[in-house]
Design a protein around this ligand. Structure first.
Ligand SMILES: NC(=O)c1ccc[n+]([C@@H]2O[C@H](COP(=O)([O-])OP(=O)(O)OC[C@H]3O[C@@H](n4cnc5c(N)ncnc54)[C@H](OP(=O)(O)O)[C@@H]3O)[C@@H](O)[C@H]2O)c1
Length: 296
């Protein structure tokens, strides 16, 4: 069954589905884990068959082999999928890293719908570092290995640094995004530059930071629209114009999250969640890289 997940056009012309299925989080392989993880293959295959077309992977998750197998097993045509990968450990040799990624994914090339992201800006010692790595990313796109290139966890100064020398603008910035981490002006800046924002960790208020100011409203809206509280949070993120990445190992939730395509929050409801969310600050990922009160 294919679902009509709405898409957003990237600068490159590629269409990115606004809801994606992640292969990190619980799927993450720990050091020493060997062999194919059939649970990951099964869940990703189920997600694709249920209608997800945007699959979020990364070299660092250790699950690219499973993702490649699931793509094959799903029977869905490659050109209908938007597969993302990210480089982190292999950052010193991006061409080698992307070749290895493609081999694990069993893809000859990263197709028209693909974005390739620098996993996080934290490797960079200075602007020159960022700029030279970005030039390597551009080479990967020019070689046809990635159809679109972007960044992940970039804040305003990091974007400004690479834009000074970029020949190809990043098409996507993937960041943690939920009501308790709205990043001040970052979204406005990304949008002004034509950079699409992708948000991960959308369910954080429900899963990792429960007991906060949005709980009551999210529960009320879930009742109003007869959807789960998770679907309300995903819809809020999509309604803020953010390409939203979630994940689940539970078939029921994988299907349920597609409910976000069946309803829409009103502008007032979106604004109310945003306003309440600003009363609390919570960062679920990369905590050690930021000061506790850093909301950027
Ligand atoms: N670029 C980066 O630095 C970065 C960082 C983190 C993540 N990501 C990407 O984003 C994807 C999604 O990230 P995320 O896991 O933070 O997304 P999320 O959508 O906030 O959380 C998904 C997790 O929440 C659990 N969950 C869902 N509904 C729940 C409920 N009602 N009660 C309790 N638990 C519930 C799911 O577990 P079940 O299996 O039980 O449903 C799943 O483990 C990752 O897989 C990865 O692809 C990128």
């Amino acid at each position: 069954m294919a679902t009509d997940i709405p898409t957003i056009k990237l600068e490159s012309g590629a269409l990115i589905p606004t809801l994606g299925y992640g292969t990190g989080t619980a799927w993450f392989k720990k050091p020493g884990d060997q062999g194919i993880d059939q649970a990951t293959v099964g869940a990703v295959t189920f997600a694709i068959k249920s209608g997800y077309r945007h699959l979020d992977g990364a070299e660092a998750y250790g699950t690219e082999t499973e993702l490649g197998i699931a793509i094959k097993e799903s029977g869905v045509k490659r050109e209908e999928l938007f597969v993302t990968s990210k480089v982190e450990k292999g950052i010193d040799d991006i061409q080698k890293a992307i070749d290895a990624t493609l081999e694990r994914l069993q893809l000859d090339y990263v197709d028209f719908y693909e974005a390739y992201l620098i996993h996080s800006p934290f490797f960079a010692r200075n602007d020159n570092d960022l700029q030279s790595k970005w030039a390597e990313m551009e080479k990967a796109q020019q070689a046809g290995k990635a159809r679109a290139i972007g960044v992940s966890n970039f804040l305003q100064p990091h974007l400004e640094a690479i834009l000074k020398t970029a020949r190809i603008k990043p098409s996507v910035n993937q960041i943690e995004y939920h009501p308790y981490l709205q990043h001040g002006d970052l979204l406005t800046m990304d949008k002004r530059l034509g950079i699409v924002v992708e948000g991960y960790g959308p369910l954080t208020p429900l899963t990792r930071a429960k007991g906060g100011p949005v709980d009551e409203l999210v529960a009320r809206l879930a009742r109003k629209y007869s959807v789960s509280e998770g679907s309300v949070l995903l819809r809020w993120s999509v309604d803020r114009g953010v390409v939203t990445i979630t994940t689940s190992g539970k078939e029921e939730r994988i299907k349920e999250f597609l409910d976000v395509l069946k309803f829409k929050l009103t502008e007032d409801e979106v604004a109310e969640i945003s306003k309440l969310g600003e009363q609390k600050h919570y960062r679920a990922w990369w905590k050690s890289k930021f000061a506790a009160d850093d909301r950027s």
